[in-house]
Write a protein that binds this ligand. Structure first.
Ligand SMILES: C[S@@+](CC[C@H](N)C(=O)[O-])C[C@H]1O[C@@H](n2cnc3c(N)ncnc32)[C@H](O)[C@@H]1O
Length: 374
């Protein structure tokens, strides 16, 4: 199945000559990339942070998969990779466009043909007009079909040095010691399009408060891994975003070995950077790029999550429903799940179907923290 925007690219992309090279930037993870890679073997590369695209990277054959990510750094793509044509897709997180353009500035200035594409509701038109107004790019709408638009653009030369700090923003999370009001703080840096950019999410805050109550025994409930000594217990933070839950756990329980999983490579980069910024041993938190639980093989004593319930602007519970169905295959026989969600979301029914026992660890007018056991 091709998404609308991929159908427009199929129709509108100029034919490539034998020496041309095409770079697709943040394409959707449908069949579109494979189709073009088959049509132009060895001539198509992709720039993407999406686990869905990474899982299909075999389809690129000799083409390259670029991310700009090197270890804990985000580096501009230098040398332009010999690219002649670039298709920039509007991403669900609109604020990523500027960061992407900064990373690809050199490639864009070398390319002969650059297009900006997106569904109308993605804000492609206002993005094109902004590029014209703010950066002086020449822009022209060449096609409109399948609820999507194709803008041919001529980027102006960007001479600025890439500086990641310009795109990141930091928030703090107070950490309570036993009997102490507030002692240290975690500093969490976020990047554009990574969940809760610039501020701690209210649901995550409620989850951490509930975990804090368990740690300080203000509630009778216990989580087995928090009490366990001996060999390191494995914990999964599903949909880790900037890694705030993993950091909180690592800070309180140095004996835990945490896998921080997200579909978004930029979220994982933020998580790794936040580990070092908060002096957390890199061996304690491993990042895992995965769409749902598909890339995991191991089992965990605890899975903690503030799971996604949106795809773009739309509410969509499918990812979390599937996660709850598959959770059991990734928990140890005594494994536990802690999940925070808005009260109105129907997760109780899903837990009922998948777990032997579940209860509500904590709730207020907006959120519920569920606790489930195998
Ligand atoms: C509600 S946010 C929580 C982020 C972070 N744990 C926090 O509390 O700030 C949900 C996260 O799930 C990730 N996500 C969305 N769909 C996913 C999928 N199919 N597989 C894995 N992670 C996904 C998103 O990228 C996002 O970072």
């Amino acid at each position: 199945m091709l998404e609308n925007v991929s159908q427009l690219v199929e129709m509108q992309l100029p034919a490539l000559g034998p020496n041309d090279r095409l770079l697709l930037v943040h394409p959707p993870s449908d069949e579109g990339v494979s189709l073009l890679a088959r049509r132009y073997p060895g001539q198509v590369s992709v720039f993407s942070w999406d686990a869905g695209i990474h899982a299909r990277s075999d389809a690129l054959g000799d083409g390259k998969l670029l991310t700009g990510i090197q270890g804990d750094e985000l580096q501009p793509v230098v040398g332009g990779e010999g690219v002649s044509h670039v298709v920039l897709y509007m991403t669900k997180a609109k604020e990523r466009l500027e960061l992407t353009l900064a990373l690809l500035a050199e490639t864009l200035s070398i390319a002969r043909y650059v297009a900006l594409v997106g569904e109308k509701r993605s804000g492609v038109e206002s993005a094109a007009r902004r590029l014209h107004k703010e950066k002086g790019w020449a822009v022209r709408k060449d096609a409109s079909a399948r609820h999507s638009q194709w803008w041919q653009v001529v980027p102006s030369r960007d001479t600025g040095r890439f500086n990641l700090d310009r795109f990141s923003s930091v928030y703090s999370v107070g950490l309570m010691g036993e009997g102490v009001e507030s002692c240290t703080k975690l500093h969490v840096s976020t990047l554009p399009g990574v969940f809760s950019h610039g501020a701690l999410d209210a649901g995550t805050e409620f989850l951490l408060a509930a975990l804090q109550d368990v740690v300080t025994q203000r509630v009778p409930q216990t989580l087995t891994v928090f009490r366990r000594s001996g060999p390191a217990a494995k914990v999964l933070d599903f949909g880790c975003g900037s890694g705030v839950i993993s950091l909180w756990l690592a800070h309180h329980f140095p004996q835990l070995r945490i896998d921080a999983l997200d579909i978004d490579a930029l979220a994982l980069l933020a998580t790794r950077r936040n580990c070092s910024a908060n002096s957390i041993n890199a061996a304690q938190i491993q990042t895992r790029l995965s769409d749902g639980l598909s890339a995991l093989t191991g089992r965990y004593a605890l899975i903690v999550t503030n799971p996604p319930f949106h795809q773009g602007q739309k509410q969509d519970l499918n990812v979390t429903r599937q996660f709850l169905r598959e959770c059991q295959q990734h928990l140890t026989p005594t494994g536990e799940l802690v999940l925070v969600a808005n009260r109105f979301l129907p997760y109780a029914e899903c837990l009922e179907g998948s777990f032997r026992r579940w209860s509500i660890l904590s709730e207020n007018g907006r959120f519920r923290v569920y606790h489930a056991q195998m």
